[in-house]
Design a protein around this ligand. Structure first.
Ligand SMILES: *Cc1c(COP(=O)(O)O)cnc(C)c1O
Length: 429
């Protein structure tokens, strides 16, 4: 094996990191292995994982059941094209997803990443109205602070100003944005909260194919939690104005917020649902777009009678088999209790951060803990402090946030929380 120094040098020169640059000066750490909640760096240091590899590794790393699922599937086939061919892992996974998601969702389109599942959802909505002879309904309406991915369609419905994509604004399809609600998860939704979206719908519904939202938790656009009542009212408005509702559960799906799907907090069902991230337990990339029978039938019976999308690696058998095993692990476990316990510990443990003048707010929902500062974080300075403290946390902008694997023990979670609180205490205001 090459020395860490050589590897890092090669990495720096040739490999693009996400939301960064070649030869960027933010620190980067080669990983040797990962097991359970522990990440072992090449230099021998062991970190407790606070990120679940961006929401995905809910069962931790190197899980024997998931490893076995891949081995077993590998024996039959790693991949096969999905055009004209199908296979049991895809069918079983589709049936399982239909079973555990809200009742009206009956059909599943597999793709390879969350962003693509959002593109698919947007195309389905547009094709639906095209098939219904309402081709003017092709705009998307969403709220500010959203994040739906990095491809062009997904960027067009992500927050236009928060810095992640603003550079591309002139190249994007112009969508409609309403101010986001200010009501928190615990609060009711006031008339002022819903008015911006209601007004946009009222004025533009003849051009709107769908409203797209992250349910309850807005993730990468600001880690904001909003009232289930808001989501209920959006659902009603969409019905009233004949607009589809796309719910993006790519971050929130599979238990993270305390419900299997965050839309269950509001007891509503979308017309189209996007899933990804934790779908395979963080093992490999797979996403799914679910739609109602009515949408599927309308597209089939309309012109051209086909849905115009089909990725090369659609329904990859290894990924589908791993997703099935991951779902079984989750559903056979007492995940509600697990998430509630993590929530309780995050609430109690992160509270001490609230006392610092540079901390604006601490908020917790399910297995998500957020510390929002007044000023943007200096990632270059802060990242090594977390690593020195023995934890893997990846802040962005003004946010330090935790979403540990569900398998984290109380002792490990306490160590993670303690380390984070110490680093936060040391940040110079
Ligand atoms: C991460 C994320 C996406 C994009 O998923 P990728 O797999 O990174 O393409 C879309 N929507 C939400 C809510 C996400 O959190």
């Amino acid at each position: 094996m090459q020395s860490q120094e050589t590897l890092l040098k090669q990495d720096l020169q040739h490999v693009w990191p996400p939301y960064s640059a070649i030869q960027a000066d933010t620190p980067i750490y080669p990983v040797k292995s990962a097991d359970g909640v522990y990440i072992t760096l090449m230099d021998g240091r062991v970190l407790i994982d606070g990120m679940s590899s961006w929401w995905s590794a809910i069962h931790g790393y190197n899980h024997p059941v998931l490893n076995q699922a891949i081995h077993t599937q590998l024996h039959d086939m790693a991949h096969i094209m999905f055009g004209g061919l199908t296979h049991q892992p895809a069918i079983d996974l589709a049936l399982q997803l239909v079973k555990i998601t809200p009742e009206p969702l009956q059909t599943v389109f597999f793709s390879d990443s969350g962003s693509v599942s959002v593109e698919v959802a947007m195309k389905m909505a547009i094709q639906y109205w095209h098939a219904k002879n309402q081709p003017n309904k092709k705009k998307l309406l969403t709220i500010r602070y959203g994040y739906h991915g990095d491809t062009f369609g997904a960027m067009s419905v992500s927050d236009p100003d928060n810095g992640m994509h603003s550079l591309f604004n002139d190249s994007l399809i112009k969508q409609l944005f309403a101010d986001a609600p200010l009501c928190t998860f615990e609060q009711n939704c006031s008339a002022e909260d819903i008015a911006p979206l209601a007004n946009k719908l009222k004025e533009n519904h003849t051009q709107i194919a769908a409203v797209i939202l992250e349910p309850i938790v807005q993730g990468a656009g600001g880690m904001r939690f909003y009232s289930p009542e808001y989501l209920q009212q959006v659902r009603e408005l969409c019905k009233q104005y004949d607009v589809l509702l796309i719910i993006d559960e790519i971050a929130t799906g599979f238990g993270r917020t305390g419900k299997l799907f965050a839309c269950e907090h509001a007891k509503i069902a979308p017309d189209i649902l996007c899933l990804g991230k934790a779908l395979t337990g963080g093992y490999m990339t797979l996403a799914a777009t679910l739609a109602t029978q009515e949408i599927a039938d309308t597209i089939r019976l309309g012109e051209p009678g086909l849905f115009m999308h089909g990725p090369t690696f659609m329904a990859n058998p290894l990924a589908c088999a791993t997703a099935l095993a991951s779902l079984k692990l989750l559903l056979d476990s007492p995940w509600q209790t697990t998430v509630r316990n993590i929530e309780q510990m995050l609430r109690t443990g992160l509270q001490v951060c609230q006392q610092h003048s540079h901390v604006k707010e601490v908020r917790v929902l399910g297995a998500i803990g957020v510390i929002q500062l007044h000023q943007p974080i200096d990632l270059k300075a802060l990242q090594p402090k977390f690593v020195d403290a023995g934890v893997w946390v990846r802040p962005f902008n003004k946010l330090i946030y935790l979403m540990p694997p569900f398998i984290i023990s109380s002792a490990e979670l306490n160590s993670l929380i303690d380390a984070v609180c110490k680093v936060v205490a040391d940040i110079e205001p």
